[in-house]
Write a protein that binds this ligand. Structure first.
Ligand SMILES: [Zn+2]
Ligand SMILES: [Zn+2]
Length: 356
């Protein structure tokens, strides 16, 4: 295989289909590394990237183009593979290492990046699969070896999904207060990320999990992965039904949808002093009567992916504990457009993982 020519599936215009093309790669410099992609997970946020931005509510859209993202865009930020080429200054990884790639790169130089919170870098976003070419390709160039995490004996398809679904779920549930076994946590939205959160939370904490999703297949899967009860949010009077079933004792709600209706359900569900954590990027506006903050002593926060150090922690956790496994849907990379379409239409249970 020629490691200086990448075959990438990219969209040449916003909202357009992905087309395969080849790009020449220069020799890796400094501490750059080339990874041969064996697996790349597909994320719901790819649909927003492909569309060119996020729904900010009130008819407003954020624009990746105005924020400096250049076409064509090669998406794919859950990258797993094998190290095949090293820059001259690489010290800590070697050819043949099986790795996953941390894709949420910042400037790489500031204090925030240095402590491993590259995803919160105040200076720059250089995410693989958005600003830099991602894993819908046979080869990926990684700007620094420190973004590679060795997976040891972990199953590579599953480990690849840790880079977004895994750490997004992990980073969000880590923000929850320690809770008792009688407490309840609501997980709203049981797609790939929400389902991972159900599995990780049930493996690492004792509070009861309430899974909330309109799709019966996803509710079923959530119950199989550690949820104690599951509800359809679209049923009339859902908030009341759910509250009653939990003795109105829901300590935290993690919203993996991030829509107007899911965020308002989250706020309604939690008890006084409850925590609401908004993770999903579906979009819209958040509206709430202001007195609710005080009357309920509410705490509302957001959670965006997680740091490089959290990816390392998650890999270590997966290596020492058997985590309940969310379903994977392995497909060839050449079927990427069909897979995106299936994801748009909600026809995917668990996580799609593409293979070049
Ligand atoms: Zn993602
Ligand atoms: Zn930085």
């Amino acid at each position: 295989m020629n490691y200086r020519c990448a075959h990438r599936w990219a969209f040449p215009k916003w909202g357009g289909e992905l087309i395969e093309h080849s790009d020449d790669l220069a020799a890796p410099a400094g501490r750059e590394v080339t990874v041969r992609v064996t697996h790349c997970g597909m994320c719901h946020s790819d649909l927003h990237v492909q569309a060119g931005g996020f729904d900010m509510g009130g008819g407003k859209l954020s624009s990746l183009e105005r924020a400096g993202t250049k076409l064509p865009v090669t998406m794919g930020h859950e990258i797993g593979g094998e190290v095949v080429e090293l820059g001259p200054d690489v010290k800590d990884v070697k050819l043949g290492d099986k790795v996953i790639v941390y894709p949420w790169l910042g400037c790489g130089e500031c204090m925030v990046c240095e402590r491993g919170d590259d995803h919160l870098c105040p200076r720059a976003s250089r995410n693989l699969g958005i600003q830099l070419p991602g894993g819908y390709a046979d080869l990926v160039r990684v700007p620094h070896e420190r973004y590679l995490v060795p997976i040891g004996k972990l199953e590579p398809a599953r480990a690849a999904t840790f880079a977004c679904a895994g750490i997004t779920a992990f980073g969000a549930i880590r923000k929850l207060d320690p809770l008792d076994a009688e407490d309840h946590v609501a997980i709203i939205g049981c797609g790939g990320v929400g389902m991972t959160a159900v599995a990780l939370y049930s493996a690492t904490a004792s509070a009861r999990i309430i899974a909330i999703d309109p799709d019966p297949a996803k509710r079923e899967a959530a119950l199989a992965h550690g949820a104690t009860m599951a509800f359809d949010p679209n049923e009339a009077g859902a908030a009341k039904t759910i509250g009653k079933a939990c003795g109105f004792n829901i300590a935290g709600a993690v919203d993996f949808v991030g829509s107007e209706s899911s965020s308002s359900l989250a706020v309604n569900l939690v008890r006084r002093t409850g925590q609401v954590i908004i993770v999903g990027l579906f979009g819209g506006e958040f509206r709430m009567p202001l007195p609710m903050f005080a009357l309920k002593s509410l705490r509302i926060s957001g959670s965006y992916v997680a740091g490089l150090h959290e990816l390392r922690d998650l890999v270590a956790l997966a290596q020492r504990a058997t985590l309940p496994q969310i379903p994977l849907d392995l497909r060839p990379l050449a079927g990427v457009n069909q897979a995106l379409d299936d994801l748009t239409k909600g026809r995917v249970v668990g996580r799609v993982v593409l293979q070049p």
